[in-house]
Design a protein around this ligand. Sequence first.
Ligand code: GAL
Length: 637
Amino acid sequence: MQRSLGTCYYPEHWDEDLWHQDARQMVEAGLSWVRIGEFAWKRMEPDEGKFEFEWLDKAIDILGQAGLKVVLGTPTATPPKWVVDKYPDMLARDENGSLRKFGSRRHYCFSHMGYLEQCRDIVTRLAKRYGNNPYVAAWQTDNEYGCHNTSISYSAVARDGFCAWLRTVFRGKNNDGDIAALNRAWGNVFWSMEYDSFEDIDLPNLTVTEANPAHVLAFRRYSSKKVVEFNRAQVDIIRQYCDTPIAHNYMGRITDFDHFEVGKDLDIASWDSYPLGFLEDRVGASKQEQIDFSLQGHPDFQAFHHDLYRAVGKGRWWVMEQQPGPVNWAPYNPAPLPGMVRLWTWEAFAHGAEVVCYFRWRQAPFAQEQMHAGLLRPDNAPAPAMTEVQQVTSELSDASDIIKAKARIALIFDYNSDAMWSIQPQGQSLSYFGLNFDIYCALRRLGLSIDFLSPDTRDFAEYGLVIAAGMMHMPDDLKAALAHCSAQVLLGPRSAARDAHMAIPVPLPPDLKDFDIAVAQVQTLRPEILIPLAGGGAVKGYFELIEGDDEDVLTTAKGVSVAKIAHNMIYLAGWLDDAGFERLLKIMCEKAKIGIVQMPYGVRRRRAGDEEFWFNYTADAVDTSVGTIAPADVLRL
Ligand code: GAL
């Protein structure tokens, strides 16, 4: 399969006269895909049951006849006003109980059955009409589940749904809910929180102090399931009418629903990559990194998501939206360093992307995103990114097809553990994402390529090193599969720290067979405190006191155990600084016989099969072992 480019287009924003010209220019720029429709419900169904699809027929025809393949989005992220008037209780409520009103987008609660029916109806109409359209070559469900904090809603319908779901989780003898079992599993004897019936259970918001973590976790799981079901409802309908591949566009560092579960129902995972937009508040980058990479984005944040979504997509993944210039929504919105749009595009291809689509075709001179760049300016002149897109187009003409390559290193990413960390971080700004991102960055600084794995994986035969850091709940069969695999395995901190309902298990964690180790105490540290390791590096943030007789691999300068080894497993008892992680990972790579290359600052490489790519994220030329790389440039070897 060839790598290709595309764009996101909103025919409903422009006079029909422009559609032909736009389609022609897209093809001239080398684009082959165009995503449309995902916010156009009001234009498709102006009033209940009154459908107007002629404009969409025409737009698809024009784009298709020009040679473009259409990704058709279902418009369920933007229910029109008449839908909200029909179901006033479909609006979500935030944690403070405030209504999330009509007037922007994503104003719906995943638990609302009436809204779900309404979505089924519009998706059925679309699938019937366009399922066999020769130009519709892919579908996108909804748009960015979870964007604007929308996968968790504290509405009355969510509460009813939650109570009903809990009954099924704690099923008793007669298949009716067993409230005593719930009380036991959640530890509700504490603070007299025991319930007499499932109807007594409210949502875990607006409590005086923190709600029971088991209660919060259950609600997180319920909310995640609702996203999965909402998505599946659309997929099931589309599949009745065609076998065109179906994608969803996920986001960067949105972890509050289980993407692997959503991904099981889809053919393609895609995500929306805004490297400059993310730098300030999503990455957790240091001040220095924010300065050094303000026009480039963090050198590992995009790659992390490319690798993660490749796994979510079971190998098939795209960038559905690629930042092409300044955006409108970040704390600061600079223009990318010249070269970066090309670099980001090639980086996605290097990680296995089939398609990279730029958001958006033409900058809209109206409404919320009027300050957001496109490939064209509002006056139709090309925006600066267009030259770089054309360059990628010409480079693609002699590029190889997509290579599905396996890395030697795998990182298990578990959305459930992310929820557990966020419910009880035990220290400000400590997170599962942050821990795994730090490990990922350290691996990349050692020039390594990484695969992600879902927490359901039990076969690790292809890997030399497997990492399940911070995976707070680890089923016994996963522990066993890791203990018996041929790879080196890194666990901790916090791996296997809780049972499925968020309680500390006894025997104490991590409770591994053939590994004499127990976490006796957990402490977290202020961000400015570093506990030096013997031999270099330090523990920061999170530090467990571990007991056991197995051999130490790392200790503090004062001789306290930081990492222990037994057989193929290392248990790490603390969160390390950059130097510490690099040291530990070098030790593990050596055991796994995986070669490393220390990368210069801001330079990253990715190996995929016979291909090797080097990316210079800095604003200066950098000398490397494979040659000098110009600022914001890519070497393809
Ligand atoms: C994405 C979204 C697009 C657009 C874009 C602006 O999150 O899917 O519709 O809003 O951001 O950067």
